[in-house]
Design a protein around this ligand. Structure first.
Ligand code: FES
Length: 140
């Protein structure tokens, strides 16, 4: 008998999403993000001069750990929340979509309750420099 596979799923990479910005894009400053906070950010691809197609990102801080997910529900591909005030989350534990209330684990973005159980938010790798600037990391 084999143990169930509990590893996170392998969603499409962030850079394959529409309007994905370039690696190195500035997302914010570490000190602007409080411990246990989820911050909605949007950035624009370099060729989107009119800034009409935002790429939406969720920035999470837990202690000294920062992580980012595309703000894109695995259920219908819409933002979990369109405005900061609408963002539903339990600090360090989970975040939820405010459309049909799918819940995602903070730690790895896997959906553990709702219509997309077993799917996951798309992670975005980060690089934080010595001055605390948060950028999208270059591809490995
Ligand atoms: S669109 Fe997010 S749970 Fe349905």
């Amino acid at each position: 008998m084999t143990a169930p596979d509990t590893s996170p799923p392998n969603p499409a990479p962030w850079h394959s999403l529409p309007h994905a910005p370039a690696p190195g894009t500035l997302l914010g400053q570490r000190d602007a993000l409080q411990d246990g906070q989820v911050l909605l950010q949007q950035v624009f691809a370099a060729d989107d001069k009119a800034q009409q197609n935002p790429f939406r990102i969720l920035l999470l801080r837990s202690g000294e750990e920062l992580k980012a997910y595309a703000n894109r529900c695995a259920h219908f591909g819409v933002p979990l929340a369109a405005k900061q005030a609408q963002m539903q989350f339990v600090p360090h534990v989970s975040l939820s979509c405010n459309v049909h209330y799918a819940r995602y684990r903070w730690s790895d973005g896997v959906c553990d309750r709702g219509d997309c159980v077993g799917e996951a938010l798309i992670p975005i790798p980060l690089h934080i420099d010595a001055l605390g600037a948060i950028r999208i990391a270059p591809a490995p």
